[in-house]
Design a protein around this ligand. Structure first.
Ligand code: NCD
Length: 341
């Protein structure tokens, strides 16, 4: 895969070699993300961070990743604050913005919208989530996290056993992660969802045709035994035809410490793309798991900065210059990365 100057729109663009390249560059970013060193390699570069859907970690981690490389960030966070609200096409907005910025990150509620936008852009565009379709950078940071978690247990990615729990129909993070994992050998996917919220049939067929095992479960306890990873997701309420329809699925699957202890293998890694729904009726991932050392959710969010820095560095072609523009930090940082979950 050619990174330089490319749009990153789908995990379909990646093969195992290019994933490894992203991960190697992400590892190089650790001293900067952990605030041991600062680099100014992207000094003068401008990122337009366009988020037309709610976001906290994806938007801020993209912005921080660009800042940590020395670049400037311009943000638009609502359709009603942008000219899209006046009927401007995505293509016109893309033409305009690409005159003001060196790279664009975009999240939008419609599937395919970011690709449509990218087609008219003169600068690289990174997909930060297009409706229920894809979320490629989330999948890359999830995979980077899975790799690290398994490494610390003496295992590789091939033959991974993963339970994917929750709304697998509308969850774009799961869609991208399933496809990306499919590049490895004989993955066992245990899909735990209500029948109406299953993973799209087409994705299941593709995974099976590629030689992976896919099993389907409608109860949490049947799905989470004998796996290396439990990946829990939130019901994507905003994508349902009505709130009443979404409410039917609230709180259907809840993983807590007691269920984990009883049904999971020891050291099963617990992941979630976040945000988790902590309202009393939902709680798909209970707070009582917070002290469980296998809970990797905040390692995922930390890793998001590394992976996004790596993508900026690869697309803007500065991977070999990062360290020559660096110096130690001058402020107090010791406590921040001392506790790593
Ligand atoms: C996910 C998303 O937006 O698709 N969040 C994220 O980017 N970390 C998952 C979600 O919103 O449930």
């Amino acid at each position: 895969m050619e990174f330089v100057g490319s749009h990153i729109l789908s995990v379909d663009q990646f093969d195992r070699g290019s994933i490894q390249r992203v991960f190697d560059v992400a590892d190089e970013m650790i001293p900067y993300a952990h605030r041991d060193r600062v680099t100014r390699v992207l000094e003068g570069a401008i990122l337009s961070n366009m988020f037309f859907e709610p976001s906290t970690r994806t938007r801020i981690s993209f912005g921080c990743a660009f800042n940590m490389l020395g670049g400037e960030v311009r943000e638009t966070t609502e359709v009603k604050a942008s000219a899209l609200a006046k009927g401007e096409s995505l293509a016109d907005t893309a033409r305009v913005l690409s005159g003001y910025s060196d790279i664009i990150v975009m999240r939008h509620p419609e599937a395919g919208s970011v690709a449509e936008f990218a087609a008219a852009s003169r600068v690289p565009v990174l997909n930060a989530g297009d409706g229920p379709n894809e979320h490629p950078t989330q999948a890359l940071l999830d995979l980077y996290t899975i790799r690290k978690e398994l490494e610390s247990r003496g295992r590789g990615m091939d033959y991974l056993r993963i339970a994917l729990v929750g709304d697998l129909k509308y969850g774009r993070a799961v869609h991208s992660l399933c496809k990306l994992l499919g590049l490895f050998e004989r993955i066992h996917y245990k899909l735990v969802a209500p029948p109406e919220l299953g993973l799209p049939e087409q994705t299941i067929d593709e995974l099976r045709r590629a030689g992976h095992e896919v099993s389907i479960h409608h109860t949490l306890t049947a799905g989470i035994d004998h796996v290396d990873i439990v990946y829990v997701t939130r019901t994507q309420e905003e994508r349902f035809p009505s709130q009443a329809e979404a409410d039917r699925y609230r709180g259907l699957f809840r993983l807590n410490q007691a269920i984990y202890t009883q049904h999971c293998e020891p050291n099963t890694v617990i992941m979630h793309p976040l945000p988790r729904d902590s309202r009393a009726q939902a709680q798909e991932l209970d707070d009582d798991l917070n002290e469980n050392p296998n809970l990797a959710i905040f390692r995922q969010t930390d890793n998001g900065v590394l992976v996004r820095m790596a993508l900026f560095a690869l697309v803007l072609d500065i991977t070999d210059q990062v360290h020559s523009h660096a110096r130690p930090v001058t402020w107090y940082t010791a406590r921040r990365f001392a506790r790593r979950h």
